[in-house]
Ligand binder design. Structure first.
Ligand SMILES: NC(=O)c1ccc[n+]([C@@H]2O[C@H](COP(=O)([O-])OP(=O)(O)OC[C@H]3O[C@@H](n4cnc5c(N)ncnc54)[C@H](O)[C@@H]3O)[C@@H](O)[C@H]2O)c1
Length: 352
């Protein structure tokens, strides 16, 4: 069996929670090299019993010295684009953390480098690999609740606190590029489109409501899908989680994915105007056989041999970044922003 030479760039929280254990678990991968500028973070990796063959503080030196097959990019957001292009030019396939980049121009540079080098990129939209979401999507696609007309995604927690990430960058606008919207709602936008197809317009309010930080801590976004379906996303960094998950309302019922209870449930039936109703409830999934990050890494390491493009890839990364940028624009300018994917090839958003 081919063993893929794996490199990891940025060995902090997500590398340790998801990427490195995923490669250790996979039979076809070996921990060849890691690039991490913070010696304490590297020591933490060793302390957890993970031994890379070689360690670097500078990823460029790692790329020069090694012949890696695959690289995980787990550095903070600002560095994604430059590192991704360098790794593609070094001939590596990539698992690139979200958001793909900070601007559409940067994201397009990644797309172009992948095209020219014929390398593959997966973007880490981990919620797609959550088994509850997968059960809900299966039920939706089988037509169990009919045609959706409303989708809601709510993600919330009390926000990155000291020690959440191994290095403190989340509240530094220059490094993070944004707050709860870019960090968290980027997953929600991706999930909405995964369930329901392309979003046609976004109207958002982005605010720093509760924390004394220079980036946004809450966002609410209204979505139009253009197929008689609306949606809304509400994400925040300022509360205990409360309800976290997805609700999909459709002609014949609704599906609720409740992350807190670890359940995906379906309620079908109809309510008459007089209030009488006949409802049937069913559990679609309960608990996890594999945690979402484990499932994501199983998919990624399993797909290395196939030669097929990874999903979600660069296209999904770009499209989701476009929606996040449209939400920032909508909030800044107080208007709805139409998502014109052709006109936006150059990075501009348009209004209506
Ligand atoms: N998919 C998910 O659910 C998920 C969850 C958490 C974080 N993330 C993403 O992962 C990325 C990292 O977040 P984190 O929470 O692990 O942060 P972190 O601070 O814990 O880890 C980032 C690491 O990158 C290192 N680093 C900084 N600059 C670097 C460079 N130029 N080259 C190499 N390493 C560098 C830092 O020293 C740090 O150890 C972010 O883009 C974040 O959005 C994704």
């Amino acid at each position: 069996m081919k063993k893929y030479k794996i490199g990891v760039i940025g060995a902090g929280a997500i590398a340790q929670a998801c990427h490195i254990p995923g490669y250790v678990e996979a039979k076809n991968c070996e921990l060849t090299a890691v690039a991490e500028p913070d010696a304490k973070v590297l020591a933490g990796v060793r302390d957890r019993g993970w031994q890379f063959e070689r360690e670097y503080s500078d990823y460029k030196k790692m790329l020069e010295a090694e012949s890696l097959d695959v690289v995980s990019i787990c550095a903070p957001n600002k560095f994604h684009a430059e590192i991704a292009v360098d790794c593609l030019n070094a001939g590596c396939d990539l698992l690139l953390e979200k958001p793909i980049a900070l601007t559409l121009e940067e994201a397009k540079r990644i797309e172009e480098a992948a095209r020219l080098t014929k390398r593959r990129v997966m973007v880490g939209f981990s919620h797609r690999f959550n088994e509850l979401n997968r059960a809900a999507k299966d039920a939706l696609e089988c037509g169990k609740i009919g045609k959706p007309y409303m989708i809601r995604v709510r993600f919330a927690h009390s926000g990155p606190w000291p020690g959440w990430a191994k290095t403190d960058w989340f509240y530094n606008q220059k490094i993070s590029g944004g707050g709860a919207l870019l960090d968290m709602a980027v997953h929600a936008f991706d999930l909405c489109q995964w369930y329901q197809g392309p979003i046609q317009s976004v109207s958002a309010q982005v605010a720093t409501l509760r924390k004394d930080i220079p980036v946004d801590d809450n966002v609410i976004a209204l979505l139009e899908f253009g197929n008689e379906c609306l949606g809304y996303i509400d994400c925040g960094w300022t509360s205990p989680a409360g309800f976290v998950g997805v609700e999909i309302m459709a002609d014949n019922g609704c599906i609720t994915v409740d992350y807190g209870k670890s359940t995906a449930t379906m309620c079908c039936g109809s309510c008459a105007p007089d209030g009488s109703h006949e409802l049937v409830e069913a559990t679609l999934a309960e608990g996890y056989k594999r945690e979402p990050w484990e499932a994501e890494m199983d998919y990624f390491t399993g797909a290395l041999d196939s030669g097929q493009d990874f999903t979600p890839g660069v296209a999904e990364g770009i499209d989701t970044l476009r929606l996040v940028l449209a939400a920032y624009e909508s909030s800044r300018e107080g208007r709805s922003v139409a998502i014109d994917r052709e006109a936006q090839a150059s990075g501009a958003a348009s209004s209506h």
